[in-house]
Design a protein around this ligand. Structure first.
Ligand SMILES: Cc1cc2nc3c(=O)[nH]c(=O)nc-3n(C[C@H](O)[C@H](O)[C@H](O)COP(=O)(O)OP(=O)(O)OC[C@H]3O[C@@H](n4cnc5c(N)ncnc54)[C@H](O)[C@@H]3O)c2cc1C
Length: 362
């Protein structure tokens, strides 16, 4: 397992850190527990995939040959799609969409806000990593401000989409927990982002210019650079795969999993990425050493916290059909469900995180 960083900061539940419900240290994992379980971590940046030679090249020049390559390069940002936004601009207007320093920066900025502060969140178009997460983030920011007693703060979400995941549930929760604090604008209302200016801390839409104390730009996304540089993406910017095997449609010796892959209704979530990894391991073992092959199936469940003890969820099961992944039996929380159920779901989310991180990191 070749990984650039010795520590992984889970983007999942990072919104709880912003809301003050979880310390940063509890998002951070290392890989030591995998040693002795058949995994040999190699900490290095992969600089190239030589597809014809079937080798990956590391930053120090080492070449690692492979029979099969399983690639999970994550996401990158389409910086220029938000006029004025760039890697440099992110130092003032953090995206905080990949954990790490950006997340710490956003938290520091949030904690420094005073009465009357305006926060602008720029939410991305589909498809992107974790559809409900921008709205969970707005909820957790509002909770953090409320808990600190900050008065008259406002959060304006400027969305690239006409609607978003679990919208009626979030809006209901915002009205109950943070009345008058969170305002969501669709493109029909704001008319599009014309510019962000990190020096002036302004976001200009067709409708108006917002002068904000904090701007969180979550840019449009695409497959991580490694997938793009290796020529494994199509015109969508993502890596097309066969859903039954997660094999790249461009190179059958490479399986692409996680957020970088597309091929039907794949949810871009950690839950799904973990399922895809296990299915891929089964397919590779079958093809290389004749191990048993079971039908590829997986599920995805996503919990979102609106407030402490008020979590909603949605999910579905997934099956490959004609090479594409198809969503079956989707479900979602209901607006009129009891406070007890919401509290139970918040506890489920904690249990899921514990189980998932133990599964991944040992
Ligand atoms: C705010 C937020 C909340 C979320 N909440 C949830 C949730 O509640 N539930 C859920 O299931 N999901 C959630 N997610 C989504 C989840 O975090 C992602 O779907 C998941 O991390 C995707 O995994 P991945 O392997 O595709 O990418 P990543 O997690 O980004 O992993 C990619 C890895 O590849 C490494 N890498 C990349 N390039 C190289 C290279 N050249 N050389 C070596 N290593 C390299 C990186 O260092 C990284 O460790 C959330 C995401 C966000 C942002």
């Amino acid at each position: 397992m070749i990984e650039a960083n010795r520590q992984f900061v889970t983007p999942f539940t990072s919104n709880l850190f912003l809301g003050g419900l979880k310390p940063y240290e509890r998002l951070v994992y290392g890989y030591d527990n995998l040693i002795g379980r058949g995994v040999r971590p190699v900490f290095a940046t992969v600089t190239a995939i030589e597809r014809t030679a079937r080798e990956v090249r590391l930053a120090d020049g080492t070449r690692v040959p492979y029979d099969r390559l399983i690639l999970s390069p994550g996401i990158d940002f389409r910086w220029g799609d938000v006029p004025g936004y760039s890697e440099e601009a992110a130092e003032r207007m953090p995206h905080a969409w990949r954990g790490g320093d950006q997340l710490l920066l956003l938290k520091r900025q949030l904690d420094a806000l005073e009465d009357g502060a305006l926060i602008v969140v720029v939410a991305p178009p589909n498809p992107y990593r974790c559809p409900p997460a921008p709205y969970e983030r707005a909820s957790m920011m509002a909770h953090g401000l409320k808990a600190r007693g900050v008065k008259d703060a406002r959060i304006v979400i400027l969305d690239a989409k006409d609607h978003f995941a679990m919208q009626p549930l979030f809006e209901d929760g915002w009205a109950r927990h943070y009345p008058g604090t969170i305002e969501w604008q669709d493109p029909g209302m704001h008319g599009g982002i014309k510019a962000v200016d990190p020096r002036a801390m302004t976001v200009t839409t067709d409708l108006e210019t917002h002068k904000a104390a904090l701007v969180n730009v979550i840019p449009p996304q695409m497959a991580g650079r490694l997938g793009r540089d290796a020529g494994l993406t199509d015109e969508s910017g993502w890596c097309p795969v066969d859903a039954g095997t997660m094999k790249s449609l461009i190179d059958p010796n490479i399986h692409v999993i996680g957020d970088a892959a597309i091929g039907g209704d794949f949810p871009k979530s950690g839950f799904a990425a973990n399922n895809e990894a296990k299915n891929t391991a089964m397919v590779v073992r079958h093809e290389l050493v004749g191990a048993r092959l079971l039908p590829v199936r997986f599920t995805n469940h996503c919990w979102s916290s609106i407030a402490p003890d008020d979590a909603i969820k949605n999910g579905a099961r997934y099956e490959p059909r004609d090479g594409k992944i198809v969503m079956l039996d989707p479900y979602t929380s209901q607006r009129d469900e009891s406070a007890e159920l919401r509290e139970k779901q918040a506890k489920e989310a904690v249990g899921w995180y514990r189980g998932m991180t133990t599964d991944i990191f040992g």
